[in-house]
Design a protein around this ligand. Structure first.
Ligand code: KG4
Ligand code: ZN
Length: 333
Protein backbone atom coordinates (compact mmCIF):
# COMPACT_ATOMS: atom_id res chain seq x y z
CA UNK A 1 0.00 0.00 0.00
CA UNK A 2 2.97 2.34 -0.37
CA UNK A 3 2.10 3.58 -3.85
CA UNK A 4 1.03 7.13 -4.66
CA UNK A 5 -2.12 7.63 -6.70
CA UNK A 6 -3.81 10.70 -8.16
CA UNK A 7 -7.60 10.20 -8.40
CA UNK A 8 -10.06 12.22 -10.46
CA UNK A 9 -13.83 12.40 -9.92
CA UNK A 10 -16.06 14.13 -12.49
CA UNK A 11 -19.22 12.01 -12.69
CA UNK A 12 -21.78 14.72 -11.92
CA UNK A 13 -21.41 18.37 -10.94
CA UNK A 14 -18.33 18.34 -8.69
CA UNK A 15 -14.80 18.39 -10.11
CA UNK A 16 -12.49 16.70 -7.64
CA UNK A 17 -8.91 15.45 -7.37
CA UNK A 18 -7.17 13.65 -4.52
CA UNK A 19 -3.79 12.17 -3.68
CA UNK A 20 -3.39 9.01 -1.62
CA UNK A 21 -0.13 7.57 -0.43
CA UNK A 22 0.70 4.98 2.25
CA UNK A 23 -3.04 4.37 2.65
CA UNK A 24 -3.68 7.97 3.74
CA UNK A 25 -5.57 10.59 1.73
CA UNK A 26 -3.13 13.53 1.59
CA UNK A 27 -5.37 15.97 -0.24
CA UNK A 28 -8.98 15.97 -1.42
CA UNK A 29 -9.97 19.05 -3.44
CA UNK A 30 -13.55 19.62 -4.60
CA UNK A 31 -14.75 22.42 -6.89
CA UNK A 32 -18.55 22.53 -6.67
CA UNK A 33 -20.47 24.05 -9.54
CA UNK A 34 -22.81 26.80 -8.41
CA UNK A 35 -24.27 27.37 -11.89
CA UNK A 36 -26.84 24.56 -11.52
CA UNK A 37 -28.65 26.33 -8.68
CA UNK A 38 -30.13 28.72 -11.25
CA UNK A 39 -31.76 25.81 -13.09
CA UNK A 40 -33.01 23.87 -10.06
CA UNK A 41 -30.95 20.78 -11.00
CA UNK A 42 -27.81 19.61 -12.75
CA UNK A 43 -27.62 20.64 -16.43
CA UNK A 44 -25.30 18.09 -18.12
CA UNK A 45 -23.96 20.49 -20.77
CA UNK A 46 -23.17 23.15 -18.15
CA UNK A 47 -21.50 20.52 -15.95
CA UNK A 48 -19.14 19.29 -18.71
CA UNK A 49 -18.00 22.81 -19.53
CA UNK A 50 -17.35 23.61 -15.87
CA UNK A 51 -15.32 20.38 -15.46
CA UNK A 52 -13.27 21.49 -18.46
CA UNK A 53 -12.49 24.81 -16.72
CA UNK A 54 -11.89 23.31 -13.27
CA UNK A 55 -9.92 20.15 -13.88
CA UNK A 56 -6.39 21.55 -14.28
CA UNK A 57 -6.48 23.95 -11.28
CA UNK A 58 -8.15 21.30 -9.10
CA UNK A 59 -5.48 18.69 -9.92
CA UNK A 60 -2.74 21.25 -9.41
CA UNK A 61 -4.11 22.15 -5.97
CA UNK A 62 -4.42 18.46 -5.01
CA UNK A 63 -0.73 17.95 -5.88
CA UNK A 64 0.35 21.16 -4.13
CA UNK A 65 -1.60 20.42 -0.95
CA UNK A 66 -0.08 16.93 -0.80
CA UNK A 67 3.39 18.38 -1.44
CA UNK A 68 3.82 16.16 -4.49
CA UNK A 69 4.82 16.51 -8.11
CA UNK A 70 3.48 14.58 -11.09
CA UNK A 71 6.74 12.62 -11.36
CA UNK A 72 6.09 11.03 -7.93
CA UNK A 73 2.81 9.41 -9.03
CA UNK A 74 2.59 5.62 -9.49
CA UNK A 75 -0.87 5.56 -11.12
CA UNK A 76 -3.82 7.74 -12.16
CA UNK A 77 -7.32 6.70 -11.11
CA UNK A 78 -10.59 8.05 -12.46
CA UNK A 79 -14.34 7.54 -12.16
CA UNK A 80 -15.50 5.54 -15.20
CA UNK A 81 -19.18 5.64 -14.23
CA UNK A 82 -22.01 5.64 -13.48
CA UNK A 83 -22.62 9.31 -14.25
CA UNK A 84 -23.13 11.92 -16.93
CA UNK A 85 -21.25 10.95 -20.09
CA UNK A 86 -20.03 14.47 -20.94
CA UNK A 87 -18.79 14.99 -17.38
CA UNK A 88 -17.08 11.59 -17.18
CA UNK A 89 -15.31 12.18 -20.52
CA UNK A 90 -13.53 15.26 -19.16
CA UNK A 91 -12.06 13.35 -16.19
CA UNK A 92 -11.24 10.23 -18.20
CA UNK A 93 -9.51 12.13 -21.02
CA UNK A 94 -7.45 14.09 -18.53
CA UNK A 95 -6.47 10.91 -16.66
CA UNK A 96 -5.53 9.10 -19.88
CA UNK A 97 -3.39 11.95 -21.17
CA UNK A 98 -1.55 12.35 -17.87
CA UNK A 99 -0.95 8.61 -17.49
CA UNK A 100 0.34 8.41 -21.06
CA UNK A 101 2.69 11.32 -20.61
CA UNK A 102 4.12 9.83 -17.40
CA UNK A 103 4.20 6.20 -18.57
CA UNK A 104 2.18 5.06 -15.53
CA UNK A 105 -0.93 2.83 -15.29
CA UNK A 106 -4.59 3.85 -15.25
CA UNK A 107 -7.14 2.58 -12.73
CA UNK A 108 -10.88 2.78 -13.43
CA UNK A 109 -13.21 3.11 -10.46
CA UNK A 110 -16.95 2.56 -10.09
CA UNK A 111 -18.38 5.66 -8.40
CA UNK A 112 -20.81 3.67 -6.23
CA UNK A 113 -18.18 1.17 -5.10
CA UNK A 114 -16.04 4.16 -4.17
CA UNK A 115 -18.86 5.60 -2.01
CA UNK A 116 -18.95 2.25 -0.15
CA UNK A 117 -15.16 2.19 0.23
CA UNK A 118 -15.17 5.70 1.71
CA UNK A 119 -15.43 3.72 4.98
CA UNK A 120 -11.66 3.19 4.54
CA UNK A 121 -10.81 6.88 4.18
CA UNK A 122 -10.41 7.29 7.95
CA UNK A 123 -9.83 4.82 10.79
CA UNK A 124 -11.47 2.95 12.46
CA UNK A 125 -12.35 0.70 9.51
CA UNK A 126 -15.25 -1.78 9.46
CA UNK A 127 -14.38 -5.48 9.40
CA UNK A 128 -15.77 -7.83 6.75
CA UNK A 129 -18.49 -8.63 6.01
CA UNK A 130 -20.25 -5.31 6.55
CA UNK A 131 -23.41 -3.65 5.28
CA UNK A 132 -23.29 -0.22 3.68
CA UNK A 133 -26.32 1.99 3.16
CA UNK A 134 -25.39 4.10 0.12
CA UNK A 135 -27.66 7.13 -0.16
CA UNK A 136 -26.87 9.64 -2.88
CA UNK A 137 -28.65 11.88 -5.37
CA UNK A 138 -29.01 9.07 -7.90
CA UNK A 139 -28.89 5.86 -5.86
CA UNK A 140 -30.21 4.23 -2.70
CA UNK A 141 -28.66 0.83 -2.05
CA UNK A 142 -28.00 -1.64 0.74
CA UNK A 143 -24.68 -3.24 -0.16
CA UNK A 144 -23.25 -6.44 1.35
CA UNK A 145 -19.47 -6.01 1.36
CA UNK A 146 -17.52 -9.28 1.66
CA UNK A 147 -14.12 -7.84 0.72
CA UNK A 148 -12.92 -4.48 -0.70
CA UNK A 149 -13.57 -5.59 -4.26
CA UNK A 150 -16.32 -8.13 -3.58
CA UNK A 151 -19.66 -6.44 -2.95
CA UNK A 152 -23.28 -7.15 -3.80
CA UNK A 153 -26.36 -4.91 -3.90
CA UNK A 154 -29.00 -6.71 -1.81
CA UNK A 155 -31.62 -3.93 -1.88
CA UNK A 156 -32.21 -0.71 -3.78
CA UNK A 157 -34.80 1.89 -4.69
CA UNK A 158 -37.21 0.82 -7.39
CA UNK A 159 -37.88 4.49 -8.27
CA UNK A 160 -36.48 7.74 -6.82
CA UNK A 161 -33.28 7.87 -4.77
CA UNK A 162 -33.31 9.19 -1.18
CA UNK A 163 -31.40 12.31 -2.30
CA UNK A 164 -33.99 12.90 -5.01
CA UNK A 165 -36.75 12.58 -2.41
CA UNK A 166 -35.04 15.34 -0.41
CA UNK A 167 -34.37 17.51 -3.46
CA UNK A 168 -37.85 17.14 -5.01
CA UNK A 169 -39.63 17.75 -1.69
CA UNK A 170 -37.48 20.83 -1.19
CA UNK A 171 -38.30 22.10 -4.65
CA UNK A 172 -42.03 21.81 -3.83
CA UNK A 173 -41.33 23.89 -0.70
CA UNK A 174 -39.64 26.53 -2.86
CA UNK A 175 -36.09 25.72 -1.71
CA UNK A 176 -32.95 25.98 -3.84
CA UNK A 177 -31.18 22.99 -5.41
CA UNK A 178 -29.81 20.82 -3.87
CA UNK A 179 -32.45 21.00 -1.16
CA UNK A 180 -31.13 18.11 0.97
CA UNK A 181 -28.70 20.17 3.06
CA UNK A 182 -31.23 23.04 3.36
CA UNK A 183 -33.92 20.68 4.69
CA UNK A 184 -31.35 19.29 7.15
CA UNK A 185 -30.70 22.81 8.49
CA UNK A 186 -34.36 23.89 8.62
CA UNK A 187 -35.37 20.64 10.35
CA UNK A 188 -33.04 21.32 13.26
CA UNK A 189 -35.51 23.96 14.47
CA UNK A 190 -38.64 21.92 13.73
CA UNK A 191 -40.64 18.92 14.94
CA UNK A 192 -41.88 16.01 12.79
CA UNK A 193 -45.55 16.76 13.44
CA UNK A 194 -46.89 16.01 9.94
CA UNK A 195 -47.36 12.35 8.95
CA UNK A 196 -46.57 10.85 5.55
CA UNK A 197 -47.29 7.27 4.45
CA UNK A 198 -44.92 4.34 4.88
CA UNK A 199 -44.26 2.54 1.54
CA UNK A 200 -44.96 -1.20 1.42
CA UNK A 201 -42.10 -2.69 -0.56
CA UNK A 202 -40.85 -6.27 -0.44
CA UNK A 203 -37.45 -7.41 0.82
CA UNK A 204 -34.71 -4.84 1.21
CA UNK A 205 -35.89 -2.61 -1.63
CA UNK A 206 -37.02 0.98 -1.28
CA UNK A 207 -39.57 3.26 -2.94
CA UNK A 208 -39.73 7.02 -2.55
CA UNK A 209 -42.15 8.02 -5.30
CA UNK A 210 -45.21 7.45 -3.05
CA UNK A 211 -44.13 9.90 -0.37
CA UNK A 212 -43.21 12.42 -3.06
CA UNK A 213 -46.80 12.29 -4.34
CA UNK A 214 -48.26 12.32 -0.82
CA UNK A 215 -46.12 15.37 -0.02
CA UNK A 216 -47.27 17.17 -3.15
CA UNK A 217 -50.98 16.71 -2.30
CA UNK A 218 -50.38 17.52 1.36
CA UNK A 219 -48.87 20.90 0.41
CA UNK A 220 -51.58 21.55 -2.18
CA UNK A 221 -54.39 20.93 0.35
CA UNK A 222 -52.75 22.94 3.13
CA UNK A 223 -51.92 25.88 0.85
CA UNK A 224 -55.54 25.90 -0.41
CA UNK A 225 -56.64 26.57 3.19
CA UNK A 226 -53.77 28.90 4.12
CA UNK A 227 -51.65 30.45 1.34
CA UNK A 228 -48.82 31.10 3.85
CA UNK A 229 -48.77 27.50 5.14
CA UNK A 230 -45.30 26.65 3.82
CA UNK A 231 -43.63 29.82 5.09
CA UNK A 232 -45.35 29.60 8.48
CA UNK A 233 -44.45 25.91 9.00
CA UNK A 234 -41.16 25.62 7.14
CA UNK A 235 -39.20 24.04 10.00
CA UNK A 236 -41.85 21.48 10.94
CA UNK A 237 -42.48 20.52 7.31
CA UNK A 238 -38.73 20.00 6.78
CA UNK A 239 -38.46 17.96 10.01
CA UNK A 240 -41.48 15.83 9.01
CA UNK A 241 -40.35 14.91 5.50
CA UNK A 242 -36.81 14.29 6.73
CA UNK A 243 -38.11 12.07 9.55
CA UNK A 244 -40.10 9.97 7.08
CA UNK A 245 -37.22 9.54 4.59
CA UNK A 246 -34.73 8.65 7.35
CA UNK A 247 -37.14 6.22 9.04
CA UNK A 248 -37.71 4.40 5.75
CA UNK A 249 -33.95 4.15 5.16
CA UNK A 250 -33.14 2.80 8.62
CA UNK A 251 -35.98 0.30 8.94
CA UNK A 252 -34.83 -1.63 5.85
CA UNK A 253 -31.21 -1.44 6.93
CA UNK A 254 -32.15 -2.94 10.31
CA UNK A 255 -34.14 -5.69 8.63
CA UNK A 256 -31.14 -6.63 6.45
CA UNK A 257 -28.69 -6.51 9.37
CA UNK A 258 -30.92 -8.73 11.53
CA UNK A 259 -31.63 -11.27 8.80
CA UNK A 260 -28.01 -11.54 7.71
CA UNK A 261 -26.73 -11.34 11.29
CA UNK A 262 -24.23 -8.58 10.48
CA UNK A 263 -23.22 -6.00 13.08
CA UNK A 264 -20.74 -3.92 11.04
CA UNK A 265 -22.77 -1.09 9.49
CA UNK A 266 -21.66 1.92 7.45
CA UNK A 267 -23.34 4.71 5.52
CA UNK A 268 -22.10 6.56 2.44
CA UNK A 269 -23.14 9.05 -0.24
CA UNK A 270 -24.36 12.65 -0.14
CA UNK A 271 -27.38 11.95 2.09
CA UNK A 272 -25.10 10.35 4.70
CA UNK A 273 -24.12 13.96 5.50
CA UNK A 274 -27.65 14.40 6.91
CA UNK A 275 -27.40 15.12 10.63
CA UNK A 276 -30.70 13.41 11.53
CA UNK A 277 -29.72 10.23 9.65
CA UNK A 278 -26.33 10.22 11.39
CA UNK A 279 -27.96 10.68 14.82
CA UNK A 280 -30.69 8.08 14.25
CA UNK A 281 -28.20 5.54 12.87
CA UNK A 282 -26.12 5.88 16.00
CA UNK A 283 -29.21 5.49 18.18
CA UNK A 284 -30.28 2.36 16.29
CA UNK A 285 -26.71 1.07 16.35
CA UNK A 286 -26.63 1.25 20.17
CA UNK A 287 -29.91 -0.65 20.48
CA UNK A 288 -28.92 -3.28 17.89
CA UNK A 289 -25.33 -3.58 19.18
CA UNK A 290 -23.82 -2.57 15.86
CA UNK A 291 -20.44 -1.01 15.24
CA UNK A 292 -21.45 1.98 13.11
CA UNK A 293 -19.11 3.73 10.67
CA UNK A 294 -20.12 7.24 9.60
CA UNK A 295 -17.77 8.98 7.15
CA UNK A 296 -16.40 12.48 7.85
CA UNK A 297 -18.42 15.08 5.86
CA UNK A 298 -15.76 15.55 3.18
CA UNK A 299 -16.14 11.87 2.17
CA UNK A 300 -19.97 11.88 2.05
CA UNK A 301 -20.76 14.01 -1.00
CA UNK A 302 -18.90 13.39 -4.26
CA UNK A 303 -15.14 13.58 -3.80
CA UNK A 304 -12.01 12.09 -5.34
CA UNK A 305 -10.69 10.94 -1.94
CA UNK A 306 -13.05 7.97 -2.07
CA UNK A 307 -11.96 7.24 -5.67
CA UNK A 308 -8.36 7.22 -4.44
CA UNK A 309 -9.20 4.81 -1.62
CA UNK A 310 -10.95 2.42 -4.04
CA UNK A 311 -8.07 2.73 -6.54
CA UNK A 312 -5.56 1.77 -3.92
CA UNK A 313 -7.28 -1.59 -3.38
CA UNK A 314 -7.18 -2.17 -7.14
CA UNK A 315 -3.50 -1.20 -7.37
CA UNK A 316 -2.75 -3.68 -4.63
CA UNK A 317 -4.49 -6.44 -6.65
CA UNK A 318 -2.77 -5.36 -9.90
CA UNK A 319 -6.05 -4.40 -11.59
CA UNK A 320 -5.34 -1.76 -14.25
CA UNK A 321 -7.15 -0.35 -17.27
CA UNK A 322 -5.84 0.23 -20.79
CA UNK A 323 -5.91 3.43 -22.84
CA UNK A 324 -8.96 2.38 -24.89
CA UNK A 325 -11.28 2.81 -21.88
CA UNK A 326 -14.42 4.94 -22.21
CA UNK A 327 -17.14 6.19 -19.83
CA UNK A 328 -20.17 4.18 -18.67
CA UNK A 329 -23.39 6.09 -17.91
CA UNK A 330 -24.70 2.98 -16.11
CA UNK A 331 -22.35 0.51 -14.49
CA UNK A 332 -23.63 -2.27 -12.22
CA UNK A 333 -21.27 -4.10 -9.92
O1 KG4 B 1 -23.29 11.55 -3.42
P1 KG4 B 1 -23.72 12.89 -3.92
O2 KG4 B 1 -22.84 14.08 -3.59
O3 KG4 B 1 -23.90 12.89 -5.46
C1 KG4 B 1 -24.41 11.79 -6.16
O4 KG4 B 1 -23.61 10.85 -6.45
O5 KG4 B 1 -25.63 11.81 -6.38
O6 KG4 B 1 -25.20 13.15 -3.35
C2 KG4 B 1 -25.91 14.31 -3.61
C3 KG4 B 1 -27.22 14.26 -2.85
C4 KG4 B 1 -28.19 15.38 -3.20
O7 KG4 B 1 -29.46 14.82 -3.44
C5 KG4 B 1 -28.20 16.23 -1.92
O8 KG4 B 1 -29.43 16.91 -1.68
C6 KG4 B 1 -27.96 15.19 -0.87
O9 KG4 B 1 -26.99 14.34 -1.43
N1 KG4 B 1 -27.45 15.76 0.40
C7 KG4 B 1 -28.17 15.80 1.55
C8 KG4 B 1 -27.35 16.45 2.52
N2 KG4 B 1 -26.18 16.80 1.90
C9 KG4 B 1 -26.26 16.37 0.61
N3 KG4 B 1 -29.40 15.34 1.83
C10 KG4 B 1 -29.84 15.51 3.10
N4 KG4 B 1 -29.13 16.13 4.07
C11 KG4 B 1 -27.88 16.61 3.83
N5 KG4 B 1 -27.19 17.21 4.80
ZN1 ZN C 1 -22.02 10.20 -5.54
Amino acid sequence: MYNTILAIESSCDDTSAAIITEGIVRSNIVASQEAHRLYGGVVPEVASRAHQNNIVPVVKKALDDANMTVSQLDAIAFTRGPGLIGSLIVGISFAKALALSQGIPLIEVNHLQAHVLSAFAKKPYPSFPFLCLTVSGGHTQIVLVRAPLDMEIIGQSIDDAAGEAFDKSGKMMGLDYPAGPIIDKLAQKGQPIFEFPQPRIQGYNYSFSGIKTAFKYFLRDQVAENPNFVQENLHDIAASIQHRIVTILLQKLRKAARNLNINQISIAGGVSANSYLREKLQEMGKKERWDTYIPPFEYCTDNAGMIAVAAQFKYHEGIFTDQSVGPLAKWKF
